[in-house]
Design a protein around this ligand. Structure first.
Ligand code: F0G
Length: 429
């Protein structure tokens, strides 16, 4: 069976070449589906392990190493890649101790070419744009999607168009969008409104939409799970912990995990824990109320990447929670920034939203949901340099309503040999 698009609600099918982001019959979200059953014999751990360290395209990419599961049957020459993925999986005892578990791994997706996991979704999204012959691509973004799309669009010779809110965009993200030559629109609207606007404008002008409502984005992002499980020698951890904003990653993880199970690469599913900021917690509220009536929220958090109140992938994330007996937790800005200081302090570092993984794991341990002996794999979604202002303000105790638990304060010292020696002779606090 060739790959096709499927509505997750009414199972309506569409050819893979259709430019469509929602079911025409019922409005439901769409999945890209490949015939995994028919390929099962080639989808072995040996196949994927034999490609590790490949020097040539496409298997030198941590996304396309899993091509049979990501987008089989396409010509390798159509792939737009920056050798994304291949990110490190760190085992971090000091962060594990902070979270309250014996074994904690962090997969650092900030080590992707533009500094976030979005590159995994952009290599597949922009490849599909090229296959479809698109010349313009667009997204609304809190910053990382736009940085990544701008880069991949430039590589493919397409015009990138990005819809940004006019406040709280982290500098490391904004700088990339501008530098990579995208058309940057700063709009007096929050992310959720920009998401509505970009959908309307893209439809009107025939621009290819590259937000995670585009199912080809999620096909790339699910490779985070493929690669992490490969790094764990295909042994399933008890928990996968991930921040949730527009819920693309959570949705992609559910799909990828199920496909690995279907392919026989793993023999059981981990449980998924999706972590939201308290000020941007619509999924948490929905989950806590037993999935009653969904209410969007007006989002506010220092973790600007996940300042999202009306996530487009809601239904797919709920499906992922059902498949994996998953849970949703919320964490405060204080908990996010304190967890970030711990991750930064072991020499790894991440942007604020990413620290939800560790802050959330800690809270779930405190609540007795994650057990001390459970193996936990958290995902760090973005690089520490994405949002330098938040980091510096935290350590300088300049964040309103927050008191840093472990600030590394800068010392002002005169051009004076004795003073420097005296300062460095003080006992460390
Ligand atoms: N972490 C970071 C660093 C992000 O940039 C995002 C999303 C998330 C977590 C949440 O992931 O949306 O898949 O649930 N950033 C988007 C953007 C919305 O525009 O860059 P999600």
């Amino acid at each position: 069976m060739p790959s096709s698009l499927h509505c997750i609600d009414c199972a309506q099918q569409y050819p893979i070449q259709r430019v469509i982001y929602a079911c025409e019959a019922c409005g439901g979200l769409l999945d890209v589906r490949h015939d995994i059953g028919a390929r099962r014999s080639s989808l072995t751990a040996d196949t994927f392990d034999s490609r590790l360290g490949a020097l040539d395209a496409p298997y030198n990419s941590g996304v396309w190493r899993f091509k049979e599961l990501v987008y089989p049957d396409i010509d390798d020459n159509s792939i737009v890649s920056r050798m994304e993925g291949n990110t490190n999986l760190y085992e971090l005892p000091r962060v594990a101790a902070f979270a309250g578990v014996d074994t904690l791994f962090l997969k650092h997706e900030g080590e992707n070419p533009t500094g976030s996991f979005k590159d995994r979704g952009m290599t597949t999204g922009v490849t599909q744009a090229r296959i479809l012959g698109m010349e313009r691509v667009a997204c609304a973004s809190t910053g990382n999607t736009s940085a990544s799309m701008a880069s991949y669009a430039a590589r493919a010779g397409m015009q990138g168009i990005i819809f940004l809110q006019n406040q709280q965009i982290a500098l490391g993200k904004l700088a990339q969008g501008i530098a990579f030559g995208a058309t940057c629109l700063q709009i007096n609207a929050d992310f959720d409104r920009n998401m509505e606007l970009v959908r309307l404008v893209s439809e009107k002008l025939g621009i290819y939409l590259l937000n995670s409502i585009n199912p080809f984005r999620l096909e790339g992002q699910k490779s985070i799970m493929f690669e992490a499980l490969q790094q764990l020698r295909w042994r399933t951890p008890d928990w996968i912990v991930v921040p949730g904003g527009n819920l693309g990653n959570s949705s992609a993880f559910g799909k990828g995990l199920l496909e690995m199970l279907e392919a026989g690469l793993i023999d059981r599913l981990p449980r998924l824990a999706i972590i939201q900021a308290e000020g941007a917690n619509p999924l948490y509220r929905h989950f806590s109320s037993g999935f009653g009536q969904f209410e969007p929220v007006k989002a506010e958090t220092i973790a600007s990447a996940i300042k999202i109140g009306n996530p487009v992938n809601l239904q797919k994330a709920i499906r992922a929670l059902e498949w994996t007996s998953g849970v949703v937790e919320e964490v405060s800005d204080q908990q996010i920034m304190d967890a970030k200081a711990v991750i930064d302090g072991v020499g790894i570092g991440c942007e604020p939203a990413s620290a939800c993984s560790v802050a959330g794991a800690r809270k779930l341990v405190e609540r007795g949901i994650i057990k001390r002996g459970d193996t936990v794999l958290g995902v760090l979604t973005g690089h520490i340099l994405k949002d330098p202002e938040a980091t510096i303000d935290y350590h300088a105790d300049q964040l309103p309503a927050l008191s840093p638990e472990s600030a590394n304060k800068m010392r002002q010292v005169d051009d004076d040999f004795d003073e420097i020696v005296s300062v460095l002779s003080e006992r460390a606090p």
